[in-house]
Design a protein around this ligand. Structure first.
Ligand SMILES: Nc1ncnc2c1ncn2[C@@H]1O[C@H](COP(=O)(O)OP(=O)(O)OP(=O)(O)O)[C@@H](O)[C@H]1O
Ligand SMILES: [Mg+2]
Length: 247
């Protein structure tokens, strides 16, 4: 279980996270929704250890990772994988090299074993071996997302982070990527945090949903319950109503 307690983060006088409390159950997919610019990526970067809070705790197995430095932080990072917003593939590496990258960085596996694992992940993502030699620029958006997902999954992470895994994809590809995430989750049972504003599709992949608004989690619960939440801000967001951009 990952537990975020009273997390606060201010950038140049702008308080983005204003006392976040959130529990991510072990082995489940927790999805944080909220409108653009609300601080979803900032929240995720704190749990990965890329940003440091002004105050608050992030407990993983009872230990506060905010206090982790050096070797402890590196050890913690080895347990997780991140699918960054935008995919962040290496443009100068082929699909094969991209997916193999974490294994080459973190393990001493022989080449034939690396190749076998890369191909297994490609097929899991319904990608043919023909794409192996292509470069990211030659791929469609949906293919890029699936390659990025294959690269994240090859690390067999215990904890997975997804930042907007389907943004910019068409509805069938959105459903395909969510289906692939569900499939990989069923196969390996990682604990996941996903941030997304793709409503309502994201409810199909979530076990637990929370909404971030004005620096706080204003609602949380299982997807069915969450969709009937009485808060008008939640309902208006779920229905995609026009946002009058409050000052
Ligand atoms: N490193 C930083 N320095 C200063 N301000 C930052 C930094 N990172 C994020 N912010 C600010 O924090 C706020 C939240 O940004 P964030 O990227 O988390 O939004 P988001 O909810 O992920 O939006 P989107 O849905 O568009 O991805 C924004 O106002 C952004 O400008
Ligand atoms: Mg973001």
């Amino acid at each position: 279980m990952i537990q975020i307690i009273n997390l606060v983060k201010t950038f140049n006088g702008q308080t983005v996270l204003d006392g976040i409390n959130l529990t991510m159950p072990t082995g489940k997919i927790t999805v944080v929704i909220g409108k653009s610019g609300v601080g979803k990526s900032v929240l995720l970067k704190h749990i990965v250890g890329l940003l440091h809070p002004d105050s608050g705790q992030i407990l993983v197995d009872g230990e506060d990772i905010v206090q982790f430095r050096g070797r402890k932080l590196r050890e913690f990072r080895r347990r997780l994988a991140v699918l960054f917003q935008g995919g962040a593939l290496f443009d100068s590496l082929t699909v094969f090299e991209n997916i193999a990258f974490p294994l080459r960085e973190k393990t001493r596996l022989p080449e034939d074993e690396i190749a076998a694992r890369v191909r297994e992940r490609l097929s899991q993502m319904s990608l043919t071996t023909e794409v192996e030699t292509k470069f990211p620029d030659e791929l469609s958006g949906g293919m890029k997302k699936r390659v990025a997902l294959a690269r994240a999954m090859i690390q067999e992470p215990e904890i997975m982070f997804f930042d907007e895994p389907v943004t910019g994809l068409d509805p069938p590809m959105t459903n395909t990527v969510f289906h692939l995430i569900t499939k990989t989750h069923e196969a390996s049972g990682y604990t996941a945090l996903m941030v997304s504003h793709d409503i309502p599709e994201v409810f199909s992949v979530a076990h637990h949903v929370a909404m971030l608004h004005k620096g706080r989690i204003i609602a949380a619960g299982p997807p069915e319950e969450f969709q009937n939440h009485p808060d008008p801000v939640v309902q208006s967001f779920i229905r995609g109503e026009v946002d009058f951009l409050e000052a």
